[in-house]
Design a protein around this ligand. Structure first.
Ligand SMILES: Nc1nc2c(ncn2[C@@H]2O[C@H](COP(=O)(O)O)[C@@H](O)[C@H]2O)c(=O)[nH]1
Ligand SMILES: [Mg+2]
Length: 604
């Protein structure tokens, strides 16, 4: 420990009574002598934070104010890995609420089917789209070698954005700033990334630019992987693939699209649904519970009737190849081939009645549709149409009395909410893994929070010291008297604090990378980019009234529940947590203690 300063009322002389008293005081304030040795303490006659009293007051009241590290900060030597893990329960099927929703105001609950009621197995289902697309690409002239390629279903996350013009995949934060960027599979350096995306007008402030394609659904992940592989091929072997990045993306998109339409994917799923789709044993119990509560239930899917019937039969529990209409008893209305999101905006789309046995379509508009005629009594299966038919058939009073549960950020959630005022629940299967890792890593998170607080405190501290130095320089110039002792002390302090700040920042970067890589080695957490919410999280927060990992979590709460959101906080609501306030509080406490101590020495 160093005690620095001049004598004669300007500081503390090393080895003097005052310094011994100060040392004793310091020890009492800091229980760990190991930590104590790292401090660098001196007396000052100005107080940079609490106030700047007039000079004669300052001279009379010396204040202990400095250390290389604010003394209330944690001990970085502590080994967090040795701390025992708190008991954690893991994800318990919670439904999270962004916007309060009283279920008593909900008259109808609707469900999307693919990736909502039916969860596909990535390792098998996504491979179908990928392999099918490879074949299509070879068919239109792509090199045959690509047929050897393999798909990695864990490589990409939804919520990422493809910059198809540049062949890049991006992760953005909630302000739409690009925080991670890869060209194909090659990471872009910070400088490269900033050059491309942080300079107006290149910042993708609007995702309506057709060059940016958001991965809004898990269906898009094979597109992203295949695109990256082709970018790599085009860069490394232009003799094999010489097309623009943008046209490569368009080819991939078209190839995957065809596989969804021509039966390449759906025929295989229909033969063996259990290989491609995970069955949720509680799904129909959940629907039953909602129906019993008096809610009208509807299915609104873009899949056509034949495929929807296959999947719903499988989810209902019929063996492969056996198709009944039992599952339809749970729904008041089924609309297939809905063509979302157009269904939600175009009021001219025609509605067809579907014969569930033959699959035949009949125009449902041949009679006066908006009369009191009970259309549902004559069959509840339809194809196409638009939201006006849906509202009419269900006889709901307004869009806000519909809760729609879906997986597609744009079609199922953003559009339904912003266009029609439907209340929304987003299904995010990834949530289970995400929350479980968060819980397992709670110690590491706590460690990061402490490091972050320390970094912010040091930053604040450095700022104070710098302004102190400026002030001291001005004083020296004005009074033409040398206060070099004090200046040297501040400079030494600044130097020490800068070193400590740098060390803390580096430790924090390492801790954050370690933490992030537990979620995904490349893209980190789904809901975060560093400390900020990711663009995906921002969309969830903005458009999904509720979100959960699977539909059957609804059975864990009452159908009459009032979902309430958490209190919103702005920075000024958390004023006391600001580093400046922490610094100020600590100083006031120290000062009070010292004065009391001094008083008691005098009294003795
Ligand atoms: N023609 C295309 N169809 C696609 C594509 N990606 C997915 N799909 C199909 O959409 C529905 C989704 O149904 P929903 O229940 O979620 O509304 C399903 O049949 C998919 O096969 C595509 O790129 N092109
Ligand atoms: Mg879907």
């Amino acid at each position: 420990m160093w005690i620095v300063g001049g004598g004669g009322g300007r500081g503390v002389v090393v080895g003097s009574t005052t310094s011994r008293w100060l040392l004793a005081k310091w020890k009492a304030l800091n229980s760990s002598p190991r930590v104590l040795t790292r401090y660098f303490v001196y007396f000052s006659y100005t107080h940079p934070i609490i106030h700047r009293p007039s000079r004669h007051v300052i001279w009379k009241k010396p204040v202990l104010y400095c250390s290389t590290r604010p003394p209330w900060t944690p001990n970085l030597q502590e080994d967090y890995s040795k701390r025992s893990l708190d008991d954690h329960l893991g994800y318990q099927g919670e439904i999270f609420c962004n916007r309060s929703l009283n279920m008593q105001s909900i008259e109808a609950v609707g469900f999307d089917m693919d990736y909502t009621l039916a969860q596909y197995t990535p390792e098998t289902f996504e491979v179908l789209a990928y392999e099918g697309a490879l074949k299509r690409l070879v068919h239109i002239g792509y090199p045959k070698q690509i047929l050897e390629w393999k798909y990695d279903p864990s490589y990409y996350l939804r919520g990422l954005i493809i910059d198809k013009g540049r062949g890049n995949i991006l992760k953005m934060d909630r302000h739409k700033y690009v925080k991670l960027a890869y060209h194909g599979f090659k990471p872009l350096s910070k400088a490269q990334r900033e050059k491309l995306y942080d300079q107006e007008p290149l910042t993708p402030t609007s995702l309506h630019d057709s060059n940016y394609v958001p991965l809004d659904t898990l269906f898009s992940l094979p597109d992203a992987y295949l695109f990256s592989q082709l970018i790599q091929l085009a860069d490394e072997h232009p003799e094999l693939l010489n097309r623009s990045y943008s046209s490569i993306f368009d080819d991939v998109r078209r190839a995957v699209d065809i596989c969804h339409r021509d039966g390449y994917i759906k025929d295989k799923v229909a033969i063996e649904p259990s290989y491609y789709v995970e069955k949720d044993p509680y799904l129909f119990d959940t629907l039953k519970l909602l129906k019993k509560s008096g809610r009208k239930l509807f299915l609104l899917t873009n899949s056509l009737w034949e495929y929807s019937n296959v999947l719903m039969n499988y989810l209902w529990g019929n063996p492969s190849g056996k198709y009944t209409l039992d599952w339809m008893d749970y729904f008041d209305l089924v609309i297939v081939g809905a063509a979302k999101p157009t269904f939600l905006v175009d009021q001219n789309l025609p509605l067809y009645r579907v014969d569930p046995h033959s699959g035949q379509l009949k125009n449902a508009e041949l009679f006066d549709f908006y009369s009191d005629y009970d259309h549902l009594a004559h069959g509840k299966l339809f194809q196409g149409g638009n939201w006006r038919y849906l509202h009419h058939l269900l006889r709901v009073s307004s869009g806000s009395s519909i809760l729609y549960v879906g997986d597609h950020m744009y079609s199922d959630i953003l559009r339904t909410k912003s266009q029609l005022g439907w209340r929304t629940m987003l299904v995010i299967p990834e949530l289970e893994r995400e929350v479980n890792i968060m819980q397992q890593e709670s110690m590491q998170r706590q460690h990061m929070e402490e490091l972050r607080r320390l970094r912010d405190d040091l930053d604040e501290w450095l700022d104070r010291l710098e302004s102190e130095l400026v002030q001291a320089t001005e004083e020296e110039q004005q009074q033409e008297t040398s206060i070099s002792n004090r200046m040297e002390t501040i400079q030494a302090e600044l130097h020490q604090a800068q070193k400590e700040y740098q060390r803390t920042k580096e430790a924090l970067d390492i801790a954050l990378n370690t933490y992030d890589s537990k979620f995904h080695p490349i893209w980190g957490q789904l809901f975060k980019t560093g400390y900020q919410n990711s663009y995906f999280a921002h969309q969830v927060e903005t458009y999904a009234c509720l979100y959960t990992s699977r539909v059957s979590n609804i059975r864990l709460v009452s159908p009459e529940i009032h979902f309430r959101c958490m209190v919103d906080y702005m920075p000024h609501d958390r004023l006391e947590e600001a580093p400046f306030r922490r610094l100020m509080r600590r100083r006031l406490r120290l000062r009070r203690q010292m004065l009391e101590e001094k008083q008691s020495v005098k009294d003795d």
